[in-house]
Design a protein around this ligand. Structure first.
Ligand SMILES: Nc1ncnc2c1ncn2[C@@H]1O[C@H](COP(=O)(O)OP(=O)(O)OP(=O)(O)O)[C@@H](O)[C@H]1O
Ligand SMILES: [Mg+2]
Length: 294
């Protein structure tokens, strides 16, 4: 909507997990390197955890790009609220297994055949499961069993589990002890630091065609960081709304009053928000929020 006004070639703050807009923060870089290393060295189980909106699915999409480029076979399960029957059906569908997809025995047989065939050709096969914190216990158990398949050179199936911190708690439960022991690589995504938020915003704007960016002042970015708590999805929502508001007001820059309006619209919760709503000065706020009377 505002792309032409700002001269963007693409929407800079889309909410989709698009690797084309990747900002390579140290931890995202490290997480991706871990995922790729884990797969290539046939480590077996790899876990990627992180709070809501920190970039887990984006990392998996980057891994998908890598696997496609390397012609590595993979199944990508993104809907984890599934039964064991659906689980095997999805694997069979994604890996294009020639068998009756509704028969667990047939799927397992065909999968084993594929895994061995790939291994003989010096390749591995990958199972990626997003939102793994939602998996039912019996599906988890099937995953553990799939992780047992190996030959003398390593695991035949590399399994990547990504999910919110509940996943780590789930893996701590006594009935998943065996699975937990098999996890050889873990990565955890944390919210951005203030510097990272600033780089993140600049990177996305640059990829959308604005370099250097001229819409957000450093002071405003510091406040966006605080209100978005360093969470990429929240930062995207705030920046997208700020651009829309600026466009509506025919302004090429975003301002603090616009941020206040956007924060209220998005019902953002951040330190000090309630006190300010009651008219009490916010100790965290920059002085420009509460200009002195003189
Ligand atoms: N390193 C990054 N570079 C560019 N964009 C990112 C990055 N990390 C996250 N994002 C953006 O933040 C938003 C949320 O990311 P994503 O959907 O990957 O988070 P998530 O951790 O999978 O969230 P959820 O827990 O809700 O599944 C997306 O718009 C994504 O493009
Ligand atoms: Mg996700």
């Amino acid at each position: 909507m505002y792309n032409a006004f700002f001269g963007f070639t693409d929407n800079p703050f889309n909410l989709s997990p698009d690797p084309g807009f990747l900002y390579r923060s140290l931890q995202h870089e490290e997480a991706l390197a871990n995922l790729i290393y884990g797969v290539q060295s046939r480590k077996g189980f790899i876990v990627l955890s992180g709070e809501v909106g920190t970039g887990k699915t984006t990392m998996l999409e980057c891994l998908r790009d890598f696997l496609e480029a390397q012609f590595i076979e993979f199944a990508f399960i993104f809907n984890s609220r599934i039964t064991t029957e659906q689980f095997f059906e999805m694997i069979a569908y994604d890996l294009d297994l020639r068998c009756s997809r509704t028969s667990k025995t047939e799927v397992l047989f065909a999968l084993n055949h594929l895994l061995l065939q790939q291994a003989n050709e010096g390749r591995t096969t990958v199972l990626i499961i997003d939102e793994a914190h939602n998996l039912e216990w019996d599906v988890m158990e099937e995953i553990r069993l799939l992780g047992n398949l190996e030959n003398r050179r390593g695991k035949l199936l590399q399994i990547v589990l990504a999910g919110q911190p509940e996943l780590e708690r789930k893996l701590d439960s006594p009935n998943l002890r065996q699975l937990k022991q098999r996890i050889v690589l873990r990565c955890n995504l944390l919210p951005f630091s203030e510097i990272e938020t600033s780089e993140y915003i600049s990177t996305r704007l640059e990829k959308a065609g604005m370099s250097p960016q001229t819409v957000f002042s450093p002071e405003l970015i510091a406040e966006i960081h605080r209100r978005g708590q360093g969470i990429p999805r929240l930062i995207n929502a705030i920046c997208d709304n700020l651009l829309l508001t600026a466009f509506a007001l025919e302004s090429k820059t975003a301002s603090f009053p616009m941020l206040d309006e956007v924060s209220a619209d998005l019902r953002l919760e951040y330190p000090g928000v309630r006190s300010r709503q009651r008219g009490v000065p916010d100790p965290y706020a920059p002085s420009s929020f509460f200009p002195s009377a003189d």
